[in-house]
Design a protein around this ligand. Sequence first.
Ligand code: NAD
Length: 494
Amino acid sequence: MRRMFINGEFVASLSGETFAVENPATEEQIDEVPRARAEDAEQAVRAAHAAWDDWRFTPGIEKCEMLHAVARRIREHREEVARLLTLEGGKPLIENMDEVEWSAACFDYYAEVGRHEAGRVIPPVQRHQMNFVVKEPYGVVVCIVPWNYPLLLMSWKVAPALMAGNTVVIKPSEHTPLSTLLLAEVAFRELPPGVVNVLTGYGDEVGEPLVKHPLTPVIAFTGSVATGRRIAVLAAERIKRVNLELGGNDPFIVCDDADLDVAVRGAVWAAFLNMGQVCTSGERFYVFESISEKFIEGFVAFTRTLRLGNPLGPDVDLGPMISAAQREKVERKLDRVREMGAKVLCGGVRPEGFSRGYFFEPTVVTGVDHTMPLMREETFGPVAPIMVVKDIDEAVALANDSEYGLGANILTNNLEYALTAAERIKAGTFWINDPLTDNDAGPFGGMRLSGGGRELGAEGIEEFRETKHIHLDYKLEAKPYWYPYDWSKGRKTD
Ligand code: NAD
């Protein structure tokens, strides 16, 4: 059994209860972890709060060195961590090797960004005065993370929160707690005890107590809209800050000038990466009429070549979905759109030859429209619905016909198409010709139902710093506007 990480120690839950972590490729139990509840949350928050007293005053250069050490340790254990991520999450190992490297890179990035500045100096309104706008940490930040990119999305919160001078309590998903606990073992021990704590358990049992705790002023959350809404309500009642990174239903436009082979490869990858379980997966494809027939033909043909299998590899493109429940959700949605008249061109079923594991064939659907749930809600599975559009205006209008606004994509070399869409489509990230690529220096987050938080970039650290204005007069003398009032010098009213 792996244990939780509180105040630099590896501990069981106070109740002694545990829960099993399953391999979605084999449905076998990999390990078990403590099942934390409110009393464990209390311990972790107290530890983080006590550690904050010193951490917040630790000079930036020292914090910077420690975060670089964390990054170094993550890289030293890259393969071991990536294998565990693969076992618990089902993404192909080759993708998890990337995830581990990107997580280390995020610690390196914020190690430097976080020591760069801590506010600004503004001009005073009187002589012999100075005015400072100081950025300071909030205290204990709760980081609640989903299962699809467990370490990356954790790092996007933890690295900036720490460099801003906060301490953290991490709550990984109940599906993927093992890799985060492994990082505690191999990397977070570079930090003073209590600065990073990890609690394993379920959302309602330990997530909510963390959100409600009086000593946790900031909740950084990535996950579904439903959970985000629940957390926002709990936080609002307590006037806490929330940073919400929620679901998406990203549009993907393919224009008539796009090279067909390139367009097909890019679109198929955007649809099926991590079995479509990416918050910024291409979930709605809009293709210009003049190339639609060839594009759809190519999309289906290329999809049929994708190799499902053991995500540890080798020679595998797609692993399983995360759980039976997630797969059933996708199946129900496909049943519904079939009833509504959509046509499944390939996939849509569990693959033959896989007696275990939550595998599903990558699926291409046409005959869809915006009355269908596939086009209106997040699917979070390997399903690519394709609609034909007559021009860029129709594509943009359909892309915007959504409650979500996380990411959006276009494939074109036509400047007018690209910039018309970039300007008009409501999305936190707009990708032209390179879908789903993140940049540590570029802010990531959503508009509309996708949440208003931003991670990465300069914006990503601001979410964890609050602003204080310090007004300083370096001459201690009585001011003419103090008591008693001299009415002869008062302001004229006429
Ligand atoms: P989820 O909302 O079910 O769970 C996310 C986390 O919240 C888990 O750790 C869970 O235990 C915890 N949780 C659940 N209920 C809680 C509660 N009441 N209080 C506190 N914590 C609670 O989401 P998921 O299924 O793990 O992840 C998939 C979702 O995440 C998708 O909707 C996807 O789009 C979204 N996502 C968004 C981004 C982004 O950056 N915008 C990135 C990745 C995933």
